[in-house]
Design a binder for this molecule. Sequence first.
Ligand SMILES: [Fe+2]
Ligand SMILES: [Fe+2]
Length: 178
Amino acid sequence: MEIYEALTKDHDQVKTLLEELVELQEHDEYRFILIEEIRNLLVPHARAEESVFYNTLRAIKTDQELVLHGYQEHLEAETLLRTLQVMDRFDLAWRPLAAKLQAAVLQHVAQEESVFFSAAREVFSAAEAEAMGSAFEKLKPKIAEEGLVKSTVDMVINMLPPRLSDKLRSLGGGEVRH
Ligand SMILES: [Fe+2]
Ligand SMILES: [Fe+2]
């Protein structure tokens, strides 16, 4: 499976869960289960996407701005999710926050599936896209196992310029994921 299809499959799953979340009644505590599910899907997706897709794109293309913008949106979505998760169950402010998360994720994945994908299609062959797809699928469950703390460290490393992030990885700050 090419990387584009693998990423889109996850995007569709997250969109469905977000749709369910924003449609819940104010007091429905099922939201905590949904938020957890979204987080368990989105965080490994984002980390594997950064490692396999963003970092490769970044190493080849000169458009650093685009990719950096993508990392920032991951950070934003993960912060919103974390806030939703720790919110008191009587706190009804969760609804506008969930709507904000949904809007942010929709905008983010739409941009990935348009701008990012077309930038990638210009530089990667079908065989390369296929190899990135399997690397992505292999990496995701590993990231999920490692847990969220390690994932946050990896996000910070991923956001650094490649020269610095490679250095940190070689010092043991994370494994090389190319
Ligand atoms: Fe994505
Ligand atoms: Fe993303």
